[in-house]
Ligand binder design. Sequence first.
Ligand code: GAL
Length: 660
Amino acid sequence: MTASDTLRTGVCYYPEHWPEERWEQDAAHMRRLGLSVVRIGEFAWSRLETADGEWHFDWLQRAMDTLHAAGLSIVLGTPTATPPAWLVKRHPDMFAVDEHGHTRGFGSRRHYCFSYQPYHEHCKRIVTALAERFGKHPALIAWQTDNEYGCHDTILSYSPAAVEQFRQWCKERYSDIASLNAAWGNVFWSMEYSDFSEIEAPVGAVTETNPAHRLAYWRCASDAVIAFDRVQVDIIRAHSPGRDVSHNFMGNFVEFDHHALSRQLDIATWDSYPLGFLTRDGVDPDEQKRYLRTGSPDGAAFHHDLYRGCCKGRFWVMEQQPGPVNWAPYNPSPRDGMARYWGWEAFAHGAEVTSWFRWRQAPFAQEQMHTGLLLSNGEEDVAAAEVLQVAQEIDALQTAGVDLTTQQAPVALVFDYTGDRVQRNQQPDGRTHDPLLFTQQVYSACRRLGLDIDVVAPDSDLSGYALILVPNATIEDTALVASLAQVDGTVVLFPRTGSRTTESAIPDALPPGAFRQLIDVTVVRSETLPPEECPVARGAETSTVMSWRERIRSPLTPIATFDDGWGFHYTKGRVHYINAIPEPQSLERLLQAIGQRCGLTITTMPEGVRTRRRGQLRFAFNIGTGPVAIAKLFPEATAERVLLGARMVEPAGVVAWRVA
Ligand code: GAL
């Protein structure tokens, strides 16, 4: 069996929170629930080093040995998200500073600025000490660097260290100040500099700062995160051979280039809190109401597919929501069955490990209201039984000998972190447009059509895909253009494609810039629209659009026309240019028609039902309000083929069958 067809369940554990006498009992209990992976250590700095160089590793050794003796595999987190009070007192300049100039002090976590170099030295010390001591521990299978880079809005810092690093970064990128002025268009409003030392962070100005300046600051911050991580990765690789290096990314988070950071990792992991994301991230109110106790049907799935694309297919869920969390505006209890459902959903999308957060609810400090697999008194909470069920179901599947190696999907969705950032930087023009949300709407439309999707980086190999969706390639990326020109798949470009140069200017030849090589369209005007204004385009298809519309000059005849004569949807051979943001139902119809034309098998999903194939199994999930007879949608799901769940899929249920 290869790594990617082995499914394992895990849990996040904090031995330092509990009396040592309890560890053995906890480890045995984890095994009884079928768990085999445990992540520890990521916030334990104050217990590992009580003063400069005063190491206390014996307790961690005993904890790891105890977990090992029970047969658990360990992921060790580096504790660099939580520099302790003694260290912070010695380096009062290590704090990040927010955009209003407030210093982000001690008393929670993530209180460091990525650009503050003396902190890198302390991280090197503790990571080296940990890697030397534990790097070859027999139970250790992987490392996690830090914890959730960017959590609590901590990527962009405006500290003196960050601004100084930005000046250096600008010097390296532009060499001389005249080139920087030209690249950013600083002649506008007399923003020209005569020396790199004059450059400040793009905050605190009277009105909007230059989007090119903000893009550069974002790129510099993204590079700073990657460099910070790199220090740890190199140390771990030197001292801990054969162990995977991972980091746990977040949901709905685009503050740095995750594809770029992932190049130095072995496994991309992410932290999945479907109910927290639903109420925190302001999706449509009807959807919030409908899916209050389940999370939206595509929220977690999108991220599984995104992170699967980061490290050549290897991804885990490092933290999986078990019950109510403590940090969203409202924290409802999930519908019974959802802990199991989310576990299987991750596996269906290719996860190697699903690991629940956390083992036992903490009776103290900030996360008292965050549930775990156990209540704070040590009794099992609701999710424990569901987690055991997942482990038993995995065993049954593995006994049946199904191959679960993830294969390439028929549809690719090209996701570009820089493209997303460039669109954000162009706000406040069109304030209701959210580029990540639009990308997710494209994704959801395909999922409602029953399609499997790979979310991939712009520099990925795009051959073999029947359909390639390009929702946010805002930058004129000539390598992407070349790659799209070479492949055979149908390509769908969405509004704003190629609408900016790498320095965030309008291309000389107007948008879509270099992408015109694929289809002869020129954007001569674009408009942004308030939510109540939704123009309708009529023709071979009828589509309602919202928030953004482009007027096109082209020798091609549009497929539909708006009342004011603007065209909509241009196509040439296998390339489509969609020059407005279709509302979700129109988008679905449009992609259905395009998908059918390129030979995809479309299966329209009932509300709340989704499907995904992994290896020899096809899964179906139901978070609708009633049971679903799956064989009506998928006749191949005969009784003999079903290997997981039942053909009448109850709400919060999952079924999987061996494909024909
Ligand atoms: C994550 C974080 C965990 C824990 C969890 C609570 O963002 O990585 O440490 O705080 O949220 O849901």
